[in-house]
Design a protein around this ligand. Sequence first.
Ligand code: TRP
Length: 337
Amino acid sequence: MAKFTPRVFSGIQPSGGLTLGNYLGAMVKFVAMQEAGTHETVFCMVDLHAITVPQKPDVLRHNTRELCAGFLAAGIDPEKSILINQSQVPEHAQLAWVFNCVARMGWMGRMTQWKDKSGKNAEAASLGLFAYPALMAADILLYHATHVPVGDDQKQHLELTRDIAAKFNHDYGVEFFPMTEPVIEGPATRIMSLRDGTKKMSKSDPVDASRINLTDDADTIAKKFKKAKTDPDPLPGSATGLEDRPDARNLVNIYAALSDRSVDDVLAEKEGALFGYFKQDLADLAVAKLAPISSEMSRLMADPAEIDRILARGAERAREITVPILEQTYDIVGMVR
Ligand code: TRP
């Protein structure tokens, strides 16, 4: 296999409502990868993926800018990383078409996200929702990305990305696309619902108290943590003591992630504490960490033109990579240019 430049790509849908889960589970990790400097880093607001289900145009535009503000407030530096919205780099959609012709109907039909989202009424789902993973493969392979940090719900899409790359390389007798490695988030960074420690924290949960939104004010954050579900037992002395206590474990995980410490380290200090006290500490910590992010997001959102300039500049930088890769792809498949 040819040598590929170490490059990270990841994407988040601008479908509204950034949560603590997006922040701790994705953005903090993205920032660490940016700062490590071992890989080029590309982060993308996948607006073309968002329209696989109905979106209100003005809301989508707002959500894309808000997600961009979230990336910036979390510490993504648009000079160190390439920060883009997908639709502004047209090669994503162009390569996706080629991959629609590489991927097989059977592969797509086996995707669990397709089955879950199309539900019982697959006839009424958009063709885009079915093709969603081919566009995701194009996002990644358009940059010859070597590493993709994602939640474990995206693991199957990453396997499909490798299948598409392998079939393309095989069918055309080339070694053009890399076998991308997933970087799957561990359970420690998986942030669960504050109302049910066995369910992922989600922006689409109808109960707002189940999640912390990055736009929540200090009072709301404190209230939500105080009302979070727990059990009557005190905190154990190490992580093994949390194994059958999903709600308790989630709160300790959040505390550890927010303070950038290990769960064992936190528990060594807090052993024996009751949740009444611990939740107060957690609320204080969360407010201290999140308030600067939420105020930076509001500051950025007050000047959408500046956000648009950052995204336009990101697209320009991205296209230095994507245009040559798309041109080579077109040459390989036999397009006259
Ligand atoms: N499907 C991903 C999700 O819902 C978002 C996504 C789109 C993505 N393209 C990507 C993630 C490329 C990583 C790489 O979370």
